[in-house]
Every structure is written in structure tokens, then in C-alpha cells.
Design a protein around this ligand. Structure first.
Ligand code: 5AD
Ligand code: SF4
Length: 442
């Protein structure tokens, strides 16, 4: 008998990417196989994001485009889950706009997806399951991982910070941590299976609290002690909670990459206060100094937002100044997007789109100049790259160094995927880096 197939479309952050691996694991448990071409699939699952309006628009566009396919293929099952469905009234809005959706499930219903899917198959009517409150953490959900040589590992869920612009605490619920022994066991298994990089995931990993009071630094040390060759990364961090203890754990470890993602959002103290970030620009820079004192070669990346309500030219210039001083190894830049139900959405003084657009262009230009300088500093050096794959278009292998810098290289072999390769970097060409794999013994 021909195997049934599924296709998952994922939007948003690494947390969602990993949750799609869980959905894939559940679907495989039901006897379905993954398939690249969604038009061939028996089930299409959307794992959505609502952090900014454009993420929602893209998902809505792609879900809407399936109306015709669904008419042609009566047995096709379309499921929509993730953050969009968990917003107040989000599930009902989706069902109303797209009545052909078969299953709507919330972020707190992911583990039940198998049952929901079977229910839809058996009862032949649409299923809606959006639990308002988070339940206990459930262990043992099967995973079909698709990011070898990296493996994502959740250490905690939810967020209690309520930054005034952010929808995450509303759609992901309260902060809760997995038990350290469960996390460590998962990591041990992954290393034994041959994964070469583990990335710990949480909205704010610095406030991890495992049963018995295990801190994030303790957890890092426990995972670092696992035998075998692998890199350890983690994300994302709130500057107010990044401790000296964590910095020391990084410095003293064998496997933790000297790379920290530390979102700053703004350089204006007034805006940071309105954002409810609970630090000033000066305190942020002090955190960076602390980190660099303990881990001198630490590469710091960041998230920066423009156009928060009431942001003036002066506020924006304070952001530029901070970005200049911080010399981030890289930064994700965003135009503020009002999110229904958050404190900032109700604030006076929303910034016109045109102004925000101009600001983000200036911000990107500044950060690009820093990126170029950092790339240039690589020229002629040798980097240790964990080979992640082969880029057919460029005919080059690619991977990242410890600092998270992507490097393309020639001279690799297929068997290098998942290996650490010494790569001699050529002169930098703008921001991107290319090099050649050195033969062992060079
Ligand atoms: N508008 C724009 N950017 C946002 N982010 C979070 N919420 C919003 C929003 N409403 C950005 C922040 C965060 C990153 C994951 O997304 O910079 O760090
Ligand atoms: Fe959102 Fe702030 Fe929590 Fe990050 S820390 S998920 S920005 S509320």
C-alpha cells in the first residue's frame, strides 16, 4: 500500500522550527512520511508565528492559496497551529476566513496533535483545540529532526517578561523549565546519535530554573561535561538576567561557543523604559563589558527595533550610537509592529511607517559596515567550520565557525557534512566569507 504523506510549513523562530520537528515525529508515529512537494501531500500542517504582522500575512496568504487544492483533493487535511491560533480570537478568525481548515490547534495543544488528527480522520468534521492555559511539560514527544548536524533542545517554555511590544507571553504562556536531568539525557542521546551541535532553546534561557534550583549556568556545566566532540549554543537571552556565572560557565567550558545573542531592542533609555525592558542603554553596555572581560573573544549578536511608539529622531540616534559602540557580530533589525492586546499597541504616538522605514535603512547600513569590518578581519585566517551542507548554486560547502559566522568553502567532500573542517579564509568579499578546506596536516 502506498504510504500517506505530510508536509509542514513553518514560520517564525527556532522554537517553531523545533516544534515542527515534534509535529513531524507525531505524524511519522501515525504512519505518515514527510514529502517536499505540498501538492502531493495527504496532510499539510502550518506552524504559524504572530510576532509581527508580516509573519501573519505570509501565513494567511499561503493558507488561502490552498483553497483550490482542497477543492480538488477532498481528502486533503489542512491543519493550522502555532502562535497565530493562540491569540485571543485568533482561532475563530482563522476558521472564519478559511472555513476549509480541518484542524486548528494552539501552542498548548501540540503534544495532542496525533489525537486531534485521528479525531478528524474518524469523525470527518473539523477539529478546534486551543487550550487557553499551559499544561504540565510533557516529555517523550517523538521528534523527526531535520537540522543535522545541529539539534534543537528546549530547556524551557513561555515568558514572564511582558516587554510591552511583545505577544509571546500571551501566546506561549508562563515561564516553565524542564527538569535538568531530562535535558541532559536528551543531550547525551543526541551526542551518541552523532549530532555535533546542540542549541538550547528558551525565550529567556537565563531565567531557567530546573527542579531543585538548578540554574542556567549549572545546566550549561552539566551539558558541557557530556563526553564527545560537539558545540553547545543557547538562545535567547535577556540582558537583565545574563549573569557573571553564565559568562564564567562559557569561559571555563570546553564546548560552549563563545557566542551570545543578546537582544538590545533600543539604545534610548526612555524607549527602553516604555518597552518594559528593565535596563538602560548604559547598563546594557556594562553587561557587554562584563561578558567581554570574562570571555574576551565573545561574539555578541542582537535584535534591534525601530519605530516603537513615540520614538523620536533623538531616540533613534541613541540606538545608532549604542549599535556603533557594541560592534555586534550581527544584528536582526525590525520595524515595530503593533500586536493586538499588548501594552504598546494601545500607546499614543505610533510612528508613521515612512519614518520607520527610513530609520531601519540607516540602522542596517550602520550594522552592515560593522559586519564588513568583522568579515575583513577574517581574511587569511583559518577557521574551524562545522560543515552543515552543500550549496548547489554556489557549488560550495557551508557551515559556521564557533562565533556563528557562516563560511562557504571548496575542497570539501560529501562525507564532511557533520565534520569539523579547518578552512583557510580568502579575502572577504563584502560580508560573506569564503575559503578552502585545508588538508589534514597542513
Ligand atoms: N514588532 C517588531 N519586532 C518585534 N519583536 C518582538 N515583538 C515585536 C514587534 N511587536 C522582535 C524583538 C525580539 C525579536 C524576536 O523580535 O526584537 O527580540
Ligand atoms: Fe517577548 Fe520580551 Fe519575552 Fe523576549 S523577553 S519573548 S521580547 S516578552
Amino acid at each position: 500500500m502506498e504510504r500517506k504523506t505530510f508536509h509542514i510549513v513553518t514560520y517564525g523562530c527556532q522554537m517553531n522550527v523545533h516544534e515542527s520537528e515534534k509535529l513531524a515525529g507525531i505524524m511519522r508515529g501515525l504512519g505518515y512520511e514527510p514529502i517536499e512537494d505540498e501538492r502531493q501531500a495527504d496532510a499539510i500542517i502550518f506552524n504559524t508565528c504572530c510576532i509581527r504582522e508580516n509573519a501573519e500575512e505570509r501565513a494567511r496568504g499561503n493558507i488561502g492559496a490552498l483553497k483550490k487544492l482542497k477543492k480538488e483533493k477532498k481528502d486533503l487535511i489542512i491543519a493550522v497551529g502555532g502562535c497565530m491560533t493562540q491569540q485571543k480570537g485568533g482561532a475563530e478568525r482563522l476558521k472564519k476566513t478559511f472555513p476549509f481548515i480541518d484542524i486548528v490547534f494552539g501552542t498548548h495543544n501540540l503534544e495532542q496533535f496525533g489525537e486531534l488528527f485521528l479525531k478528524r480522520l474518524n469523525e470527518k468534521k473539523s477539529v478546534l483545540a486551543v487550550e487557553e492555559k499551559e499544561g504540565a511539560i510533557s516529555e517523550g514527544t517523538p521528534k523527526l529532526r531535520s537540522s543535522y548536524p545541529n539539534a534543537w533542545v528546549n530547556i524551557m517554555y513561555g515568558c514572564d517578561n511582558f516587554c510591552s511590544y511583545c505577544i509571546v507571553p500571551y501566546v506561549r504562556g508562563r515561564e516553565r523549565s524542564r527538569r535538568a536531568e531530562d535535558v541532559v539525557r536528551e543531550c547525551e542521546n543526541l551526542v551518541a546519535e552523532g549530532y555535533k551541535e546542540i542549541t538550547l532553546l528558551g525565550q529567556n534561557v537565563n531565567s531557567y530554573r530546573g527542579e531543585g534550583g538548578v540554574s542556567f549556568a549549572d545546566l550549561l556545566r552539566k551539558i558541557d561535561a557530556i563526553e564527545g566532540r560537539f558545540r553547545l549554543r543557547f538562545m535567547t537571552n535577556h540582558p537583565k538576567d545574563l549573569s557573571e556565572d553564565v559568562a564564567r560557565a562559557i569561559a571555563e567550558s570546553e564546548k560552549i561557543c563563545h557566542a551570545v545573542h543578546l537582544p538590545v531592542q533600543s539604545g534610548s533609555d526612555r524607549i527602553l523604559k516604555l518597552m518594559n525592558r528593565r535596563y538602560t542603554g548604559g547598563q546594557y553596555l556594562e553587561k557587554l563589558d562584563m561578558l567581554k572581560k570574562i570571555v574576551p573573544d565573545c561574539a555578541v549578536t542582537s535584535d534591534v527595533m525601530v519605530g516603537f511608539p513615540t520614538e523620536t529622531e533623538e531616540d533613534f540616534e541613541a540606538t545608532l550610537e549604542l549599535v556603533k559602540r557594541a560592534r555586534f557580530h550581527g544584528a536582526f533589525t525590525f520595524v515595530y509592529s503593533p500586536r493586538r492586546g499588548t501594552a504598546a499597541a494601545a500607546m499614543e504616538g505610533q510612528v508613521p511607517e515612512e519614518v520607520s522605514k527610513q530609520r531601519i535603512i540607516r540602522l542596517i547600513e550602520l550594522q552592515n559596515a560593522v559586519n564588513r569590518e568583522i568579515s575583513e578581519s577574517y581574511a587569511g585566517k583559518t577557521a574551524e567550520v562545522l560543515c552543515e551542507g552543500y550549496d548547489r548554486e554556489k557549488s560550495l560547502f557551508f557551515g559556521r565557525d564557533e562565533y556563528g559566522k557562516t563560511i562557504c568553502f571548496d575542497g570539501g567532500e560529501e562525507t564532511d557534512i557533520g565534520n569539523f573542517c579547518d578552512v583557510k579564509i580568502h579575502a572577504a568579499n563584502g560580508i560573506s566569507l569564503t575559503g578552502s578546506k585545508m588538508r589534514k596536516g597542513n
